[in-house]
Design a protein. Structure first.
Ligand SMILES: Nc1ncnc2c1ncn2[C@@H]1O[C@H](COP(=O)(O)OP(=O)(O)OP(=O)(O)O)[C@@H](O)[C@H]1O
Ligand SMILES: [Mg+2]
Length: 211
């Protein structure tokens, strides 16, 4: 998809606090681009990597913090869907975590990279390279999308499940997230756990652990 498309998607989401604000496009010149607010943080992928390799960071970020991050991911994608937008490329690399206060356990999640986003129900001509599918490089995409079927709310839910599974694998939050990972990544799209339900379950778990 082109930059104009990504800009118009981002503009339609400018009121959401989980999406960086977009100000416009750079046109002309050799490197066209988007002008948006910078999230002072790292991708969730790098955040998880740091947590597993940096002992100081490991001590500072708790299991409760990760549950809160997962809750924010679910809420963010739910709010995109409420704005009639599918992300279509959700993975830990396309989520950013801002550390507001490490000591006070305050983290904020942003969704980035709307290059493949579409409106809900809009036929998505999003091309996936068959080699990427064969060689297992698009594991975050739902099985029906890998087969070339259109994306949907359910295919975004599948990708949310894969993000939760990545968090689970890096942090060992097995008991807390098992049920949701299984529910969100079901093979059959209509059987996947709706994000409203996922949010309720995560909120309950988060509140009970936070005390
Ligand atoms: N608003 C932002 N604030 C800070 N960093 C950002 C922002 N948007 C993107 N980035 C950084 O730039 C990287 C690439 O951004 P993005 O995913 O939107 O582009 P991309 O063309 O899809 O690149 P890639 O192929 O690496 O995913 C992100 O992984 C992130 O590190
Ligand atoms: Mg990206």
């Amino acid at each position: 998809m082109d930059l104009a498309h990504e800009t118009s998607v981002l503009l339609s989401l400018n009121d959401l606090s989980c999406v960086p604000k977009v100000y416009g496009q750079v046109v002309g010149g050799s490197r066209p681009g988007l002008v948006m607010s910078a999230v002072p943080g790292t991708t969730l992928e790098k955040f998880l990597e740091k947590w597993t390799t940096d002992s100081c960071f490991h001590r500072c970020v708790t299991r409760v913090d990760f549950l809160h991050i997962c809750l924010q991911v679910v809420r963010a994608i739910k709010s995109l869907h409420c704005s009639n937008i599918l992300h279509n490329d959700l993975k830990t690399d396309n989520l950013m975590v801002q550390i507001l206060s490490q000591n006070h356990h305050m983290f904020r999640v942003f969704v980035i990279d709307f290059g493949n986003a579409t409106q809900v129900g809009q036929y998505n001509a999003y091309h996936i390279d068959p080699d990427d599918v064969r060689e297992g490089r698009v594991t975050w995409l739902a099985p029906e999308v890998r087969r070339g079927e259109p994306t949907s709310i359910s295919s975004d839910i599948y990708s949310v499940g894969v993000v939760l599974r990545d968090v689970q694998h890096s942090t060992g939050l097995y008991d807390d997230l098992d049920n949701l990972v299984e529910g969100c990544t079901r093979e059959e799209p209509v059987c996947r756990t709706p994000l409203g339900e996922a949010e309720k379950r995560l909120l309950l778990r988060y509140k009970s652990l936070r005390g």
